[in-house]
Design a protein around this ligand. Structure first.
Ligand code: ZN
Length: 277
């Protein structure tokens, strides 16, 4: 899934490899997918996208946005973007396949669900998640300060939530999902089920520091090792708290890593480092 480090990585890689290239062929919605969301009719995408040139890309929250000469192309969290070199195979199933003027292809395919949105430049795109992700400061920027972080957690209804509920739901921090959260909490020695109101001042500061440094590290290293980048390579940040490390020793204390189901997803913790108080 695309979270903050992956949207930043995709955008950087697109900016490094695709700018100035032109779209010469478009195949949209050729593999039926129940949970593929398109903006407008995908049958119009060829008309909208053909002959468009790549101008720039940016990542924010769970979105990757590509500005083309005449259109905007936006992908949301469940989309896998891949660049296929001339000789490389193009996947059989895809929800969008763009042929480029240098013989390469850019494909977008979905794992479980995802959004592919295309609209003409200048047209307003009315989507609440997109607006929120654009408006709220990214943890990768200085605007996301300790004061701002405390403001997010201050409301009474948020104080009642667990840390997972407070940090990774309701778009309070767009693009911070359950995936990135696990290592952030492990670094801060806090349990996802810990109630927000029970945090000491020191724990609050540790949590803020971990959130900023862990996400920055993940983005700087090209995303998480559990996700793939534009070239199909795993990200360079080695995720500690993930499915692959279940029952493996915690790198800090050696206690086996525990997996539990919580709030509609899996959480991974070290029972020693992240003891629930
Ligand atoms: Zn531990």
């Amino acid at each position: 899934m695309i979270e903050i480090p992956e949207s930043a990585t995709y955008a950087r890689q697109i900016n490094e490899t695709l700018i100035g290239k032109t779209i010469t062929s478009v195949l949209a919605a050729s593999s039926p997918h129940k949970f593929a969301w398109y903006y407008g009719d995908p049958a119009d995408y060829a008309h909208r996208l053909e002959a468009c040139e790549f101008i720039s890309a940016r990542g924010f929250g769970m979105f990757v946005e590509i500005t083309l000469s005449n259109a905007i192309l936006l992908f949301s969290d469940g989309v896998n973007l891949r660049l296929h070199p001339t000789a490389g195979p193009v996947p059989k199933k895809h929800q969008l396949l763009l042929g480029l003027d240098d013989g390469t292809h850019l494909s977008a395919s979905l794992s479980m669900y995802g959004g592919i949105y295309c609209w003409d430049k200048g047209e307003a795109f009315d989507n609440p998640y997109y607006k929120i992700a654009l408006e709220k400061p990214s943890p990768l920027t200085d605007a996301f300060s300790e004061a701002y972080f405390k403001e997010i957690l201050a409301p009474e209804d948020v104080q009642k939530l667990s840390l997972k509920g407070a940090l990774a739901t309701e778009q309070r921090i767009p693009g911070l999902g359950n995936g990135c959260l696990q290592d952030i909490l492990w670094q801060a020695k806090l349990h996802p089920k810990q109630k927000t109101h029970a945090l000491s001042d020191q724990q609050m500061q540790d949590l803020f520091t971990s959130l900023k440094t862990t996400l920055a590290k993940m983005a700087d290293m090209g995303g998480r090792s559990t996700e793939k980048d534009l070239f199909g390579e795993p990200g360079g940040y080695p995720v500690v708290m993930c499915a692959g490390n279940k029952d493996q020793p915690c790198p800090r204390c050696g206690t086996p890593i525990r997996k539990e189901s919580y709030m509609g997803g899996s959480i991974y913790t070290c029972p020693t480092c992240q003891a629930l108080e």
